[in-house]
Every structure is written in structure tokens, then in C-alpha cells.
Design a protein around this ligand. Structure first.
Ligand SMILES: [Fe+2]
Ligand SMILES: [Fe+2]
Length: 402
């Protein structure tokens, strides 16, 4: 049984939460305490999977509490329950808190967040990799794009559209902005699917603070990532993003689905960055194994780590509260059938786009990941693939080939 601890100095809030979650009593053990000190005592006595804490409390603040927990028990999912007065704080906490919920929280959002937090280990079972992801605060940001965003923010004529456009070229900034806007912001009932929309909602000042705090990570260790050929990874991420978006547009007029396909494509291989940054020597042997045994990278990772980059990425974005279609597209981009979908979704777009992108690599160093034709047949899209392929060749990869 999963264990969840709720912390709020206001008894009414705790009672409200208790009422909202009454139906979940069979599934989760839930404890409710009124101070940070009490929370730490409870957590010393028994392990918890998730903590949901108010931010402003007398004595130990929620920020101190969650900070201590991130140090001492990093494998606990940390959710901040924030109020009106905390808006200024959210960007400061975005590295320390996995998700934000807004008070008063509607029951469906609360249950969905908790259910996802409690089922995260389905996405990635490897504890060693889990531990790394729980501690991860930021993803790499390309210094050149970081400078572009900062320049644009200083310009008096800038617009949210323009900033969002630059952000959408960067893996680290996109992931962080969507994490903040989807989980923190601010009582929104709908999920936000594009960096431009996120920028407009968060406001330029918050974006600026957020991007400034990301600079800490922009000097990430390039040497450790040598095996990954970072520029190639960025290029690949962007082209899969554009290709997936194009495919989604060919299949439906749903603008959100196209945005999710783009974000899913942009972020699909982020797990590789996480693995290479934190286990550089072992990731080097992934490269050896894939070359020596003629395996696709994803299969070589499985052999070396017992888990692959898609699982690591899915787990990370589940933890950060990104929209569900993005999590699924990332987590299952190599094994789409495992997601058990029955119709076209952003996952199908990303899976197909990834395959098309690999076909366009001039000389592949590794065995290419396979296109799952059975899956495409199963969702009724097999006969659409040639049209997707043609459109991607003409509008995305054609330019590069010329
Ligand atoms: Fe991949
Ligand atoms: Fe890929």
C-alpha cells in the first residue's frame, strides 16, 4: 500500500483533503499532520512514497520541510500545495519540488496527481536510476539558446510568442516551463501544451527568473556526454519534434495533439542525457555493446542498465507532472504497443517520427530502432505511414538532404 503524508497548519484544509480522498482509503495509507516538525517525526518512523505540503506554516516552513526531505529522503515524491501568497516563490522552488498543486485544489486534479505519483514505479523499476531522477532539478540547456532568450527578454518589443518560440527549441527550458505551468499555474483546469502559451500565462518576469535559474545547469558537463554527440542529439530531438507535429496535423485538426506530439518528440530521448550525465563510464559501455553486438541503443541500455532511456524519461516527466500524452509518448516511443492505445495519439506520431528521422541519418553508427508495424496496424494507421513518411521527407528532411 502506498503511503502519503499531508502537511498543513490549517486544520480545515486537512479536513477538506481527508473528505476529498475518503474513497481512496483502501488503496492508500494517508496521514495528516499540522507542522513540519511533526511531518519529519512521522517520516522518521515509517517510509512514505509521497508528501503533500503547504508552503507557509508557522515554525518550519514548507520550503524548509521539502528541502530537508529532498536531502534526507530523495525518493519521496514532493508536492507543494501552494496558496495565493506563494506565487512569487514558485520559480524558486521549481528545483526542489516535483509538482505544485494550487489551493483550493479540485478533487479530480488532486486524485490524478496522487495516482500518478503512486504509480510512477510502473514506468521505471530500476532503483538506482530512480534515485538519480528524484534528485534531478534541471535538464541541460543549450548555452546559445539561453543567451537568445535572455537577449529577447531584455528587448522592449518582445512578445510571449517570440520567447516561447525560442524556448521550444530547447529541451531543458521546455521541460521546465511546462513543469511549472502545468503543475503550479494557478488553478488552470486545462493542461498547457506549448511553450508560447506557457510564456503568456506565466508572464515574462517569471520566465526570466526561471531561465536565470536554469543557467546554473547550462554549464553541464559536456565532457561526460562525449559519447552522446550532443549536437546530434539536439538536432535529432528537434527534427523528431517537428516530424511528430507534422504527422499529428495530418491525422487530426486537434491543435493540442499536435503540440503534445511536438513536445513528446523534442523530449523523447532526454533519458539518454540523464543516463550519460550520471553514469558516464557505464554509458560508454552502452556504446561499445551496441557496436560490438549490433544492437539498437535502447537494447544495449537494457543490457547494461536493466532499463532504457525511454523509461528514464517517462519516469522523469511523470514525476514533474508533464501532461499525460507527453509522458506516454516519451515512455513508450520505442515500444508503443506497451501503452495499449487503440487509436492515433501523440505517441504514435513520435514513434513514427523517430523512425523516419533515423532513416534520414546519413550514416548510422548504430543499429536503428525498429518501426512497430503491428502497432500501426493495431491503431488503424498502417496505411497512413507512407503519407507521413513522404510529408516528413518533403518538409523536414528534404531541406537537409539538398
Ligand atoms: Fe529513443
Ligand atoms: Fe530518438
Amino acid at each position: 500500500m502506498k503511503r502519503i503524508l499531508f502537511v498543513d497548519d490549517d486544520q480545515n484544509v486537512l479536513q477538506g483533503l481527508q473528505r476529498m480522498l475518503r474513497a481512496k482509503h483502501q488503496e492508500w495509507q494517508m496521514d495528516f499532520v499540522t507542522s513540519g516538525q511533526q511531518a519529519l517525526q512521522f517520516m522518521d518512523q515509517q517510509p512514505y512514497d509521497v508528501i503533500v505540503s503547504d508552503l507557509q506554516m508557522p515554525g518550519m516552513s514548507g520550503i524548509d520541510l521539502l528541502g530537508q526531505i529532498s536531502e534526507r529522503m530523495p525518493h519521496v515524491v514532493r508536492i507543494a500545495l501552494s496558496g495565493q501568497a506563494d506565487r512569487q516563490l514558485t520559480h524558486k522552488m521549481v528545483g526542489m519540488v516535483h509538482q505544485f498543486l494550487w489551493k483550493p485544489c479540485d478533487p479530480d486534479t488532486l486524485k490524478a496527481s496522487l495516482m500518478r505519483a503512486c504509480s510512477l514505479s510502473d514506468l521505471l523499476e530500476n532503483h538506482e536510476l530512480q534515485a538519480v531522477v528524484y534528485r534531478l532539478q534541471y535538464l541541460p540547456t543549450l548555452p546559445s539558446l539561453y543567451i537568445q532568450v535572455m537577449d529577447e527578454l531584455r528587448s522592449p518589443n518582445t512578445t510571449a510568442e517570440r520567447i516561447g518560440e525560442i524556448i521550444s527549441h530547447d529541451i531543458g527550458m521546455t521541460a521546465k516551463v511546462l513543469q511549472l505551468v502545468n503543475s503550479a499555474y494557478y488553478g488552470l483546469r486545462q493542461t498547457v501544451s506549448s511553450p508560447a502559451q506557457a510564456t503568456a500565462l506565466l508572464g515574462l518576469e517569471t520566465i526570466q527568473n526561471l531561465v536565470l535559474s536554469l543557467s546554473v545547469f547550462s554549464q553541464f558537463n559536456q565532457a561526460k556526454m562525449a559519447q552522446l554527440k550532443l549536437d546530434g542529439l539536439w538536432d535529432h530531438a528537434l527534427s523528431v519534434g517537428y516530424a511528430a507535429k507534422l504527422i499529428a496535423k495530418l491525422e487530426s485538426a486537434d491543435r493540442k495533439a499536435a503540440d503534445y506530439a511536438f513536445i513528446g518528440g523534442l523530449l523523447h530521448d532526454v533519458g539518454k542525457l540523464v543516463m550519460a550525465e550520471n553514469f558516464s563510464a557505464r554509458y560508454a559501455s552502452v556504446v561499445d555493446v551496441s557496436q560490438n553486438q549490433d544492437l539498437a541503443t535502447v537494447d544495449a541500455e537494457k543490457q547494461v542498465f536493466g532499463a532504457d532511456h525511454a523509461q528514464v524519461g517517462g519516469f522523469l516527466f511523470g514525476l514533474w507532472g508533464l501532461p499525460e500524452p507527453v509522458i506516454l509518448a516519451v515512455a513508450y516511443h520505442h515500444h508503443p504497443a506497451a501503452a495499449q492505445e487503440v487509436s492515433f495519439t501523440p505517441l504514435a506520431a513520435v514513434h513514427a517520427a523517430n523512425s523516419i528521422a533515423y532513416q534520414n541519418q546519413a550514416k548510422a553508427r548504430f543499429r536503428q530502432p525498429e518501426l512497430d508495424e503491428d502497432f500501426l496496424r493495431h491503431i488503424g494507421a498502417a496505411e497512413r505511414f507512407p503519407a507521413w513518411h513522404k510529408a516528413c521527407q518533403e518538409t523536414i528532411f528534404g531541406v537537409k538532404r539538398a
